[in-house]
Design a protein around this ligand. Structure first.
Ligand code: AMO
Length: 433
């Protein structure tokens, strides 16, 4: 578009062309104000009914809210205007007219339910709060990429259509691939491991994962964004160190670059975690959960940690904490057990009081033990031949993890529902848009 000026850059005494959406029309009688909004903010456009060209005033008064307009005019200082400047227009062009009946009110004056907002995301993300979440999401994704690069990791992208799943057979979405059954990938797990044995050694991926989980909760999606990391010659403690650094880098970037967005969201106590994240063993975790007395039944070794238990523990331990040394039997086959105690896994989770954020661990890199693990988990190692055979050609010890991107953002911003952090959520009710 020719010489467009963002509303935030409109400087007194300049003649500008601004383009954006009609946020509001305030008609005060002899004078009216058109508030025009673009991605940088809003600006007031003054319409003086008796003093300006009649046709111009009429166009300004007739234009419907949320229509796209192009305004040419002179910028004047005006202390009474919300941004201290206003435009005195010489031309108003309606570029794309909006219908008068809108499915939701982008000015935010009238609240809309989440399903209505999700059905009309374009209009919803015109609202300041919603836009702020996605600006922050974009900052988080950039920050984690930069932080991974500072650790010498290379960004990879791996297939999302696969022949076999990894994280449990019941949670796979089947698809037809040229007449054959295939699946949407649940995790880049096996591919990222294959790459630590390549010349890349240390890799990360930010991409979608697909889980056919029946859960319909504020923290589950059927398509989520996984932030994956894997490094050769790392053990689980080194993997946890990087995990902690990446989460802190995301918080730091938001604190540094998103002050306006945080203000829009009403968050005035945003804190970058500065302490080391506590690391509790699974055994300590169940003891401490039991000691809270919050559960009806005491937990015993081998139990998964129930959400209420994780919640109670979070209140006691802090906002982010790791749980390590899980019973080997409840962690997946690709996680290595401790060398000195095979009942204990090197797997870890990183928790937030509201939900699990990360799973990871050191991996089984020894061919025979890996194949045995497949069998123990009821998976046919032959089906995973493309993966296991690479463990015969020099696979270094390695470790890694995955953070749920939406969970990171939802917990960071205190969003009630993870769906707030994804533009077009996929869940039991939602396949479109
Ligand atoms: P896991 O299955 O625990 O581990 O997933 C890793 C993280 O991804 C997020 N997540 C989800 N977020 C929203 N909706 C879902 N349905 C969902 N499922 C998972 C969570 C979770 O902690 N391969 C391992 C990771 C590894 O070991 O590297 C894996 O996928 O935040």
């Amino acid at each position: 578009m020719d010489e467009r000026t963002y509303t935030a850059d409109a400087t007194p005494d300049d003649t500008v062309t601004v383009a954006g959406w009609v946020h509001e029309l305030r008609d005060l009688g002899g004078i009216a104000f058109l508030i025009v909004r673009d991605t940088t903010g809003k600006i007031q456009v003054k319409l003086e009914k008796d003093e300006m060209d009649e046709e111009l005033v009429e166009t300004g008064l007739d234009v419907t809210r949320e229509s796209v307009v192009k305004i040419v005019g002179d910028v004047k200082e005006e202390p009474r205007a919300p941004t201290d400047v206003e435009i005195v227009p010489t031309a108003i062009e309606v570029v794309a007219e909006a219908e008068t009946q809108l499915p939701l009110d982008p000015s935010g004056k009238v609240d809309a339910e989440l399903p209505t907002r999700l059905d009309n995301r374009t209009l919803d993300v015109r609202r300041g709060e919603s836009k702020a979440i996605f600006e922050i999401r974009s900052t988080v994704l950039r920050a984690v990429r930069e932080a991974f690069r500072s650790f010498g990791a290379s960004e990879i992208t791996t297939p999302k259509i696969v022949a076999t799943g990894t994280e449990g057979g019941t949670e796979l979405f089947p698809i037809t691939y040229f007449g054959e059954e295939a699946f949407m990938n649940q995790s880049p797990q096996l591919f990222k491991q294959l790459m630590v044995g390549s010349g890349l050694e240390r890799v990360f991926e930010v991409g979608p994962i697909f889980r056919a989980e029946e859960h319909n909760t504020p923290r589950h999606l059927n398509e989520a964004t996984s932030i994956d990391f894997e490094s050769a010659f790392f053990d689980h403690t080194e993997a946890m160190d990087v995990c902690e650094a990446i989460v802190k880098a995301a918080y730091e970037a938001v604190a540094e670059n998103c002050t306006d967005e945080l203000e829009t969201l009403g968050i005035d106590d945003f804190e970058v975690p500065d302490e080391a994240f506590p690391r509790l063993t699974y055994e300590e975790a169940i003891e401490r959960i039991n000691a809270t007395g919050e559960l009806d039944e005491q937990l015993v070794w081998g139990d998964d940690l129930p959400t209420e238990g994780e919640h109670a523990l979070g209140q006691a331990v802090g906002e982010h904490y790791f749980i390590t040394d899980w019973p080997a039997e409840i962690k997946p086959f690709y996680i290595k057990d401790h060398d000195d105690d095979e009942t204990l896994s090197t797997g870890f989770d990183m928790m937030h009081p509201r939900m699990e954020l990360v799973s990871g661990g050191q991996r089984e890199h020894r061919f025979d033990q890996l194949v045995e693990g497949f069998e123990q988990q009821g998976l046919d190692p032959e089906e995973f031949d493309y993966y296991t055979k690479m463990f015969k050609y020099g696979m270094p010890p390695h470790a890694g993890w995955a953070i749920g991107g939406e969970r990171l953002i939802a917990t960071m911003l205190g969003l009630d529902n993870i769906r707030e952090a994804v533009l077009f959520p996929r869940d039991r009710q939602r396949l479109s848009p």
